[in-house]
Design a protein around this ligand. Structure first.
Ligand code: DUC
Ligand code: ZN
Ligand code: ZN
Length: 459
């Protein structure tokens, strides 16, 4: 099957070019002006942009959390992602305490195999650093699971102490993996949270105020310094606060291989959204939403490359039946927000349409940088020879975000009623049109597991 995408403007991370794109089978075969090549079908992209399919390197399909599971499966979550212009996800497989990495990874392969609608890779969450687990890390890197997430938060669940984190970093310095850190001081946060609950401050709002941004800044600096001594690169996930951003910037100015992502919720939503009684549970995630004045710092961080990536931390729980497990005690609200479908449009709306980011920088943070940093050389650009993961994007189209029309399997939206500028018209995954306007043309199980390369940041 040959598809000709005609008349559009290609927006890559490094350049914007008026050109046609010929897709042959699963790959991009030719790029040029007024291509006359024979094709089985033509997509008219006049007045539109042609961008590389977006890559979300932080999702949690079916994550077990607080006695329940994130609602999206690999089928529903990847279909929703595709409607939002995302053609690759990297999801977090989980090692629970006591088990091997292999057991956790096998479970995630079972969840995804035959279900994913777009290509996917895995990171591995390590909850239990042991000698055998450190050796297993080497095996996983060889299998293309090259990135590992550890936590300074969630004592008793995902938490690792500094020694364990340091050992994992030393191992990654040897095997070419990359350590990703959830950096909040969970031990101290749990003290404050317990004090708030005991004082009768049980509404979701107190989830936010119990988790001080200072505690994120402290943990961010700590893990960056552990990585420095271990001789390893480090990637801070879901950075939410100015305090943490300042630490990442300081480290980068010193020449350290420290990297970070933020998420749309930290750019658009704030602690105020967590007020309004139990409604605030819709916005409970960790790190929490911050006072609104942090947002402009994060936008500036994106512009200046102190932040390299925007991912979602997509982790949806229904308001009715899941979030309400925490009625009367904010500590029991499952942590996480839906968002895999909204990232590309929100970043276009708040970034490109407002003039904060150029179209090329937008493509960099949603697609090109994730591909480069997470070992996916066949993705992240509109270029001959790469996978034909492409989005015909309409930068003028406006639409209203709503739970009644979104494709994520969750009963609310954090952005209910927001009118955003920009939308994906046609989405191709390895040469197949999987979304055409409102129509789903993809197939469950067509998504392939991606073996990823080692971190390019090891010295
Ligand atoms: N934060 C969340 O909000 N959800 C899942 C895990 C995490 O770290
Ligand atoms: Zn996290
Ligand atoms: Zn997460």
């Amino acid at each position: 099957m040959r598809t000709l995408i005609k008349g559009g403007t290609i927006v890559n991370a490094d350049a914007t070019t008026r050109a046609d794109v010929l897709v042959d089978g699963e790959t991009i075969a030719m790029i040029g002006t007024d291509l006359q090549a024979g094709a089985d079908r033509t997509v008219d992209a006049t007045g539109k942009w042609v961008i590389p399919g977006a890559i979300d390197v932080h999702t949690h399909m079916e994550l077990p959390f607080g006695g329940t599971f994130a609602k999206d499966t690999f089928e529903t979550g990847t279909r929703a992602a595709a409607f939002g212009g995302t053609t690759t996800i990297v999801d977090f497989a989980v090692q629970t305490r006591g088990e091997s990495l292999r057991q956790g990874l096998d479970r995630w392969h079972e969840k995804a195999d035959g279900k994913a609608c777009i290509d996917y890779g895995f990171h591995m969450i390590i909850s239990d650093v042991r000698d055998d687990v450190l050796s297993e890390m080497d095996t996983l890197v060889d299998e293309g699971v090259t990135t590992f997430k550890l936590f300074t938060a969630y004592p008793g669940v995902f938490f690792s102490d500094d020694g364990a984190i340091f050992r994992a970093m030393q191992q990654s310095a040897k095997n070419g993996g990359l350590i990703m850190m959830h950096a909040e001081n969970g031990l101290a946060i749990d003290v404050v949270a317990a004090q708030n609950a005991a004082a009768g401050n049980t509404d979701p709002y107190y989830h936010g105020v119990s988790r001080s941004p200072v505690m994120e800044g402290e943990a961010t600096n700590r893990v960056i310094r552990l990585a420095e001594v271990a001789g390893a690169p480090v990637y801070i996930v879901h950075l939410s606060a100015r305090d943490a951003l300042n630490e990442v910037r300081r480290a980068r100015d010193e020449g350290l291989p420290a990297f970070a992502e933020t998420c749309p919720q930290y750019l658009f939503l704030s602690l105020e959204d967590m007020g309004n009684g139990f409604e605030g549970a819709k916005f409970v995630c960790s790190p929490p939403l911050r006072p609104a004045d942090h947002q402009e710092d994060l936008w500036l961080g994106l512009l200046k490359d102190d932040l390299q990536v925007v991912s979602t931390d997509h982790c949806p729980f229904d308001f009715h039946g899941q979030k309400d497990l925490g009625k009367g005690d904010f500590r029991k609200v499952p942590n996480g927000l839906p968002g895999v479908e909204n990232r590309v449009d929100l970043l276009h709306h708040g970034g490109v349409a407002t003039g904060r980011l150029t179209p090329t920088r937008w493509v960099e943070v949603i697609s090109a940088a994730p591909a480069r940093m997470f070992g996916l050389p066949q993705k992240g650009a509109v270029a001959v020879g790469l996978d034909a993961d492409l989005v015909v994007y309409d930068p003028q189209r406006t639409h209203t975000i709503s739970a009644s029309t979104h494709h994520m399997n969750v009963d609310y939206s954090c952005y209910e009623g927001w009118e955003v500028t920009g939308g994906s018209d046609v989405v191709l995954s390895r040469g197949k049109i999987i979304v055409d306007g409102d129509e789903w043309l993809g197939k469950t199980g067509d998504g392939r597991f991606l073996k990823r390369l080692r971190s390019p940041y090891l010295k």
